[in-house]
Design a protein around this ligand. Structure first.
Ligand code: HEM
Length: 419
């Protein structure tokens, strides 16, 4: 077997936390390779990047998820016992349940709900001195996500529930303070959704049968048993909470529109295609999820390198989205690159790679793309605003990241209503 190059430091956990999105690309550059070995969170890990690497990583015959995910992620972000850590038929069964909620009709419905909330917000923005886009997007998505999922959200709860969901998402980057906030938020969020599941089961709450609240409350396993309340609440959360992650991309995309005024003009004149390219390029160019982790299921050899059973393997998602073998000018923001893009499901992996149905690729990817493209269109076609002097830069060390000023807009004017 070919030897796998080792990173210099024995354990690179702190380097990953400190360098953030730059860690894997920096190591690859330093070591001159797309495959290297190190220790992360106390365990040996082989780190890989690029389209071919992503193709083996998403091969479910080669890799499994059980026991691969670091515990803190389960405790705050995903919830214990969620589908992220499952394998084989059990995973596929649960994934089908998720994907049954994301039918084209329901995706369109969510887009319309989200646009309605956005439109109402825009009317409020006209009356304000300034608007912080990142914060506003979180609320819009929380309200739309809850309505779509059949989860009641009273007006006076919006702030608290939004903050909890964002604290959970914001907790993954390795900061202890943020992890603690995320864990606290998860506990309250979980208790809230367990209450919803119980109410649906007892008939005190009657969401429509095509909503996540109904589906997760009544779902049965192949053995005919219903999920326990805890699992049902965890998966109810996983069916709408991640929508709030889109707030990061929407805010970063607003920066791109501001920094490349031609894109705003194109969005304004768009008849449907450009906003899609723009959303795709925002997901490719800006960092969000740095990497995914899995465990080797059975030993195998790839390109002469040995992958021994149970070894942890980390796929550099951000580095793959910007890999020079797959992308021309990878570090430039060029939405047009998605015109007739015939790329593989392994080169463009902001929400994971491979197949949505049989693998772990994000169940909410279509939803994310549609919400993003329609919101970017709205920003260009339905409102005008000034962008005062502020720090629009974003940290590459902080995971997840967003513009430091959270994107402040002033003098917002509505130029057209939605609908
Ligand atoms: C899985 C990213 C939005 C639901 C994932 C994965 C990533 C990801 C990286 C893991 C892929 C893997 O395990 O290899 C994102 C990003 C989003 C987003 C960046 C938006 C900014 C959403 C939305 C939903 C959603 C809107 C649902 C409403 C899920 C679910 C899984 C998942 C259920 C687990 C899939 C599985 O393990 O089979 N997402 N996601 N995500 N995502 Fe998303």
């Amino acid at each position: 077997h070919k030897p796998i190059i080792r990173a210099e430091r024995f354990d690179n956990t702190m380097a990953l936390i400190n360098e953030g999105f730059q860690f894997f690309p920096n190591q690859r550059k330093e070591l001159g390779t797309d495959i290297f070995e190190t220790r992360l969170i106390g365990k040996k890990a082989i780190c890989i990047a690029g389209e071919e690497a992503s193709e083996i990583f998403y091969d479910t015959d080669k890799f499994m998820r059980e026991g691969a995910m670091p515990k803190p992620l389960k405790m705050s972000l995903f919830g214990d016992g969620s589908l992220h850590g499952m394998d084989g038929e059990a995973h596929r069964h649960r994934k089908r349940t998720f994907l049954s909620m994301f039918t084209p009709d329901r995706v369109t419905e969510l887009k319309q709900m989200a646009l309605r909330y956005l439109d109402a917000k825009a009317s409020e923005w006209e009356k304000r001195d300034q608007v912080v886009l990142f914060d506003e997007m979180q609320e819009v998505l929380a309200m739309a996500g809850c309505e779509w999922a059949g989860v009641p959200l009273e007006k006076d709860e919006v702030q608290q529930r939004t903050k909890e969901m964002i604290d959970m998402i914001d907790s993954f980057g390795g900061s202890l303070t943020r992890f603690r906030e995320g864990k606290k938020a998860r506990d309250s969020h979980q208790a809230w959704l367990e209450g919803i599941i119980k109410d649906v089961r007892k008939g005190r709450l009657n969401p429509k049968p095509n909503t996540a609240a109904y589906i997760m409350a009544h779902h049965t396993e192949p053995n005919g048993k219903r999920w326990d309340v805890k699992t049902a609440a965890v998966e109810l959360s996983n069916s709408f909470r991640p929508l709030l992650a889109t707030a990061y991309f929407l805010t970063l995309g607003a920066v791109a529109m501001h920094e490349h005024p031609d894109t705003r003009k194109n969005l304004k004149e768009d008849t449907g295609q450009y906003s899609h390219w723009f959303a795709q390029e925002t997901r490719r160019f800006y960092p969000f999820v740095p990497a995914m982790i899995a465990k080797v299921k059975e030993s195998f050899t790839w390109k002469g390198y040995e992958f021994k059973k149970n070894t942890r393997v980390v796929l550099d998602l951000f580095g793959t989205n910007r890999h020079p073998d797959s992308w021309e000018y990878p570090d430039a923001f060029i939405p047009e690159r998605f015109n007739n893009w015939q790329g593989s499901p392994f080169a463009f992996v902001p929400q994971g790679g491979g197949d949505h149905h049989t693998g772990h690729r994000c169940a909410g990817e279509w939803l994310t793309v549609i919400v993003m493209s329609s919101f970017f269109e709205f920003f260009a076609k339905n409102i005008e605003y000034d962008v005062p002097e502020q720090d629009l830069s974003f940290s590459m060390e902080r995971m997840p990241t967003y513009p430091k000023s959270r994107f402040i807009m002033t003098n917002v004017r509505k130029t057209a209503d939605y609908e």
